[in-house]
Design a protein around this ligand. Structure first.
Ligand code: FES
Ligand code: FES
Length: 151
């Protein structure tokens, strides 16, 4: 199997994996990174949302052979800075957003990416997040994003 080297949550990792194995499988099954959840496997539910070079993406639809050279992948495990939570994580706790929790890592990563590109998002910007929550926590998600943005 080929070797792939990339940066994961600030550290260089090298992993043996089939070229057609999706990154989500590598993260979860080979590297023990289970924050990104497997929901649909086809880029629809967004439960696996993480960051690739600073942008939200879905590792379930990126095969290892398609991972760009020098890729920097951040999962929910790498979002905080040491013991300091990312403002979105803190807003989630303050707003008691999670219900079952399954979608929440993806929701937080999508929100963090949104705030990086749009620090004061409008309702339309928040509506553009397509992450599915089967528990219907959308109202609290919206409030938490606004709290993190200070709007
Ligand atoms: S598991 Fe990746 S989008 Fe659904
Ligand atoms: S909190 Fe249960 S699916 Fe979103």
């Amino acid at each position: 199997m080929p070797n792939y080297t990339f940066t994961l949550n600030g550290k260089s990792v090298t992993v043996d994996a089939p070229a057609d194995m999706p990154l989500l499988w590598v993260l979860r099954d080979k590297l023990g990174i289970t924050g990104p959840k497997y929901g649909c496997g086809v880029g629809v539910c967004r439960a696996c949302t993480s960051h690739l070079n600073g942008d939200a993406f879905n590792p379930c639809i990126v095969n290892m052979s398609d991972l760009p050279a020098g890729a920097e992948v951040v999962t929910i495990e790498g979002l905080a800075t040491g013991d300091t939570l990312h403002p979105v994580q803190q807003a989630w706790i303050d707003g008691d957003v999670a219900q079952c929790g399954f979608c929440q890592a993806g929701q937080i990563m999508a929100a963090a990416a949104l705030l990086r590109s749009k620090p004061t998002p409008t309702d339309d910007d928040i509506d553009a997040i397509e992450n599915v929550c089967r528990c219907g926590s959308y109202y609290r998600i919206r409030q938490a994003i606004k709290r993190a943005a200070g709007v």
